[in-house]
Design a protein around this ligand. Structure first.
Ligand code: R2B
Length: 304
């Protein structure tokens, strides 16, 4: 089964679940939020940018950085974790920006995205831009490169996200916004010491065997087979490997996070091994980069 429907609803975030309307209350269990317990429109109604990434600490650091960049009052050191009542995910709000961790892998990012998308819907947010940022393994690219994902593909190099629903395999598309890819690439031209390229991102269900690693607890293939697979991936246009992109692209696309005016971005920006590049089109036209090795900002570029 392939679902190709796309919503285009005036910038609102859509949920594709007829059951929700009949429910008195929607509890966002893993975010420790709910429609009865929290005034979601008041808390989140003016959110315009959502940045999601794997690690809670990194997303906290990103929120602090955003606090400074936006010139908000205070030093940003005491930002509260909105999801503090649960230790599943961490969420910080800084002006129009939400910074949220999603953990590792498709199941974790998928749970977070279901609840985040419902949150944005209940809060009546409009024209929301969502960007996944994170580390990934580069394939045939210089270490430290930024890969702007033009296509999220599965481990068979197909642009699809497969999920078993009630015993059937449901296949969803993983389209990303080509206009945004070009825009981000153009931005990268201002930073010659920071290699940036466009390529396909391969999403796997496993970090070890699933990504051709020889050092897991199990390994069922030879080094030659590994190299042959990685070469096939490279020939298919894959330039980096991670564990969330297909679910991210499918869920965001289906729920209208790219609206009819194409304002929203669900492009991934990933890099390996030490630099996390975080770019966001903010009101001051700024973007930023975080160095995982020294745990501080070490690059900066200007977004068009
Ligand atoms: C990149 O890094 C993590 C695995 O180390 C995983 O979340 C990913 O996609």
């Amino acid at each position: 089964m392939t679902e190709t429907t796309r919503y285009s609803g005036g910038g609102f975030v859509h949920i594709k679940n007829p059951h929700l309307e009949a429910m008195d209350e929607d509890v966002l269990y893993h975010l420790d939020l709910g429609t009865r317990t929290h005034d979601l429109p008041a808390m989140f109604g003016d959110v315009k940018f959502v940045c999601v990434g794997g690690s809670p600490n990194r997303m906290k650091a990103f929120a602090r950085f955003m606090h400074k960049e936006l010139g908000l009052e205070g030093d940003g050191e005491d930002l509260a974790d909105i999801c503090a009542g649960t230790d599943r995910y961490a969420m910080y709000r800084v002006g129009p920006v939400l910074s949220i961790s999603h953990g590792m892998g498709i199941p974790s990012v998928s749970i977070m995205l279901h609840e985040l998308i419902k949150l944005l819907h209940h809060a009546k947010c409009r024209d929301v831009t969502i960007i996944r940022i994170g580390t990934s393994g580069g394939l045939g690219v210089q270490a430290g490169s930024v890969v702007i994902t033009d296509r999220a593909v599965d481990a068979c190099f197909q642009p699809r996200f497969e999920q078993v629903v009630l015993g059937d395999v449901v296949v969803r598309g993983t389209d990303l916004d080509g206009g945004l890819v070009e825009e981000l690439l153009a931005c990268s031209e201002a930073i010659p010491d920071f290699p940036t390229l466009v390529g396909h991102t391969m999403c796997t269900y496993d970090f070890y065997e699933g990504q051709g690693r020889l050092d897991g607890a199990l390994c069922s293939f030879s080094n030659e087979k590994k190299l042959e697979y990685l070469k096939r991936a490279h020939d298919a246009g894959v330039r980096n490997i991670e564990m969330e992109s297909t679910a991210f692209a499918a869920l965001c696309g289906l729920c209208g996070l790219r609206d009819a005016r194409r304002k929203s971005w669900d492009t991934e920006i990933t890099t390996y091994p030490d630099v996390l590049q975080i770019s966001s089109k903010l009101k001051n036209s700024q973007s930023m980069a975080w160095c995982n090795r020294c745990n501080r900002l070490c690059h900066r570029l200007i977004i068009l």
